[in-house]
Design a binder for this molecule. Structure first.
Ligand code: KG4
Ligand code: ZN
Length: 340
């Protein structure tokens, strides 16, 4: 089955062509323009998607030496994300659907991140715990099967990636700052890190909080002159990164102990972080799986992969824009099994 996946939920425009489990071609365009504004500007994102979505779809078809008529199914991110950005991808997919009579399914972006692991580990078995750590989301899901996602905990304020980006802005890094903070922290080597607090929540379950940590960094920087900050940037970044990693590993460990599930899948942009990868591997060993960095950050291959599963299991649903649609909604939609 040939699937064309389209992803435009935030600041990556992406298209991917899959032939069942094989990636024929994939393209990701990262909208660097947002770095000059310190964050994603929704209207600029929508306009950039408008310019790029067509050429990227064309490009994956050309690379696969394939015409539109050979596509068996379309898959497009329809929730959650920026409204205008989602609308561009959905409208484009609907255009192809109507013009070429190719069936189309909407995909929840978080389901895409969860399914991204199967791009490179197609025979991974269920159940597993999925830690999604990105710029917009931080949550742990118990995944019992394709389409069965139970949220065990999520952030009550900032997402992990958002904390990296906001602390990065305080330290003068451009957006998105996750990678720069990791590189700066690596420069500290064995130097003692600045100690920042790790949130302990009183809520039941496995929630996260990163806004206190962000405030702690801001308070630490208050009154420090430019020269001091420049000279201590490495140990500040190391301390901040350590606190984020501790919080993630603590909650993941607790969730694993409570559920008895030791197979762990980590996805989302923050999963690119090498120090985090080492920390999770040293806690869980060979039962932890990460996608390659290309498939951790937003990409259409993961959307196409989720679309493939929906098409094969007759779980197709017509795209419906839902900017704040959580994954809980996906569970309801599956039971509804809605088709156009
Ligand atoms: O999954 P993603 O591409 O987009 C969302 O769905 O949000 O994740 C982007 C996030 C950004 O916040 C970025 O700073 C973070 O992932 N990120 C990292 C690293 N690479 C990207 N955070 C920490 N360490 C990294 N190496
Ligand atoms: Zn994402």
């Amino acid at each position: 089955m040939i699937i064309l996946g389209i992803e435009t939920s935030c600041d990556e425009t992406s298209a991917a062509l899959l032939d069942d489990e094989t990636i024929i071609a994939d393209e990701i365009y990262t909208q660097d323009i947002h770095s000059r504004y310190g964050g994603v500007v929704p209207e600029i994102a929508s306009r950039a998607h408008l310019q790029k979505v067509g050429p990227l779809c064309r490009s994956v078809l050309d690379k696969g030496n394939m015409s539109v008529d050979k596509i068996d199914h379309l898959a497009v991110t329809d929730s959650p994300g920026l409204a205008g950005a989602l609308l561009v991808g959905i409208s484009y997919a609907q255009g192809i659907h109507i013009r070429h009579k190719i069936p189309v399914t909407g995909i929840n972006h978080l389901e895409g991140h969860i399914q991204s692991i199967f791009l490179e580990h197609p025979s991974l078995s269920y159940p597993f715990l999925s830690l999604i750590i990105s710029g917009g989301h931080t949550a742990i899901y118990r995944v019992d099967d394709f389409g069965s996602y139970y949220c065990l905990g999520e952030t009550i304020d900032d997402a992990a990636g958002e904390a990296f980006d906001k602390v990065g802005t305080m330290l003068g890094f451009s957006y998105p700052a996750g990678r720069s903070i990791e590189q700066e922290a690596n420069r500290a080597g064995e130097k003692k890190a600045v100690r920042f607090p790790v949130a302990r929540l009183s809520t039941p379950g496995f929630d996260f909080s990163f806004s206190g940590l962000k405030t702690a960094v801001r308070n630490y920087l208050k009154g420090k002159d430019h020269e001091f900050i420049e000279n201590h940037k490495d140990v500040i970044c190391k301390g901040f990164q350590d606190a984020v990693i501790k919080s993630l590993v603590n909650q993941l460990s607790a969730a694993s102990e409570q559920t008895g599930i030791s197979r762990i899948v980590v996805a989302g942009g923050v999963a690119c972080n090498g120090t985090l990868r080492k920390a999770i591997i040293s806690r869980f060993g060979s039962t932890v799986f990460f996608p390659s960095p290309r498939f951790c950050t937003d990409n259409a291959a993961m959307i196409a992969r989720a679309g493939l599963m929906r098409a094969k299991r007759n779980m197709v649903r017509y795209p419906r824009m839902a900017p704040s649609g959580g994954i809980g909604k996906v569970i309801q939609e599956i039971s509804g099994n809605s088709k156009e």
